[in-house]
Design a protein around this ligand. Structure first.
Ligand SMILES: NC(=O)c1ccc[n+]([C@@H]2O[C@H](COP(=O)([O-])OP(=O)(O)OC[C@H]3O[C@@H](n4cnc5c(N)ncnc54)[C@H](OP(=O)(O)O)[C@@H]3O)[C@@H](O)[C@H]2O)c1
Length: 360
């Protein structure tokens, strides 16, 4: 046999072999679809329905107010990521001067780079400042610098927060979630009050959570340490309930006399990096089950950070809210928080204890 004939025979044999492999593949796929077609239809249908539900109802289009914020200065704590990032981005587009407050300057610089690449805005309007809410010293240093260097403060958005944390106690001796979400912001707000008064009508917006509703009572002996907490959510609901209770008192004390209005809100379930420490916090076996379930539920039910920021932005910019007595918002609508969060005695007691804790 010639060399050419050998080559042709080899090619024919190999192409017949690959054809039969393809045939086999087709037949296996065909068999698989035949056997599992109902399951495949149900799964595909469910996924499409979940995706559609999310697009049509959870992250649906929204005609936001076009209120300009030109000439106003807004602080957004935790503005380097998630809901805070989207809030800062929106406010920059409304021409506000935005101060992004972050605990990690590298992450902050990355957020600034991302903002510059995503939107057009006056670069003079953006400032990045460092503050770790889990350190009272850091909060005091930040407030001092801010009060010296910045002319105005029209809206203070207390957005930064932790839902899970591997650190239990901060160097100030408080539970880290309580300090990041509540005590740090409590001190910050008090140290910036004079600036807010100077710029009246001004606003304080506290990003709370629907989780506050699971708080039924307050154990004052453990309020800021939370050593006795066994709830699945840990100290998170308490930190969010404290935010609303102190906002309730602030609104009562400042709206009529000082022209500073205070709002709190629930952004809804938003898929952000706040959930990323969840796996660690849950422990290996629980994470193996709970985290995948959350990832599946996220497809129909979770908001994007942009949608999640809508209620914060609404509370910060909506002119009709200037004299509003509503305290708590969900999906840009006023709703009632739990009764525990509008109790005068509890609000006064919390205020007194918080002021002592942070050294005011
Ligand atoms: N996502 C939700 O489903 C949901 C639901 C209800 C309420 N919320 C509330 O929404 C707010 C924003 O959360 P998110 O979902 O946007 O989460 P995120 O993307 O993790 O943003 C949280 C921000 O807070 C900052 N932060 C945490 N601890 C801090 C500290 N000690 N000092 C200064 N900054 C600190 C984080 O800084 P790093 O980037 O350095 O970590 C980050 O910038 C939180 O108050 C949260 O409780 C969220």
């Amino acid at each position: 046999m010639t060399e050419a004939a050998t080559t042709v025979a080899t090619i024919t044999a190999s192409s017949t072999a690959s054809l039969s492999t393809i045939d086999n593949l087709f037949s296996i796929t065909h068999q698989f679809f035949n056997e599992y077609r109902i399951t495949i239809f149900v799964l595909t249908g469910t996924m499409m329905a979940a995706w559609l539900y999310n697009k049509l109802f959870v992250n649906c289009k929204f005609n936001a107010s076009t209120q300009s914020m030109q000439g106003k200065t807004v602080i957004v704590t935790g503005g380097n990521s998630g809901i805070g990032y989207e809030t800062a981005k929106d406010l920059l587009q409304r021409e506000a001067r935005v101060i992004i407050v972050c605990r990690n300057m590298d992450k902050g610089r990355e957020a600034v780079r991302q903002l510059c690449s995503e939107i057009e805005f006056n670069k003079e309007n953006l400032r990045l400042m460092q503050c770790d809410l889990c350190s009272l010293e850091s909060v005091r240093n930040f407030a001092k610098l801010y009060n010296t260097e910045e002319e105005r403060l029209d809206v203070l958005i207390c957005n930064a927060g932790l839902a899970w944390s591997p650190d239990i106690v901060t160097k100030d001796g408080f539970n880290s979630i309580i300090q990041a979400n509540y005590l740090g912001h409590f001190l910050l707000t008090n140290l910036l009050l004079d600036k807010l008064k100077k710029c009246r009508p001004s606003r304080i917006v506290n990003v709370s959570s629907g989780a506050h509703r699971s708080m039924r009572s307050i154990d004052w002996s453990d309020a800021f340490t939370q050593f006795k907490t066994f709830r699945f959510w840990g100290p998170y609901p308490a930190s969010k309930a404290f935010q609303i209770l102190s906002s309730y008192k602030l609104k009562h004390d400042l709206l009529a006399t000082e022209g500073i209005n205070t709002f709190t809100l629930n952004p809804g379930w938003v898929w952000t990096s706040i959930h990323s420490v969840l796996r660690e916090a849950l422990g290996f076996s629980a994470a193996l089950l709970i985290y995948p379930i959350l990832r599946i539920l996220k497809v129909p039910f979770a908001k994007t950070p942009k949608t999640g920021a809508r209620t914060t932005i609404y509370c910060a910019v909506e002119p009709r809210l200037e004299h509003s007595h509503d305290l708590y918002f969900d999906n840009c609508t006023a709703v009632k928080p739990s009764s525990l969060c509008t109790d005068d005695t509890l609000a006064n007691q919390l205020w007194k204890l918080s002021a002592e804790a942070v050294g005011l």
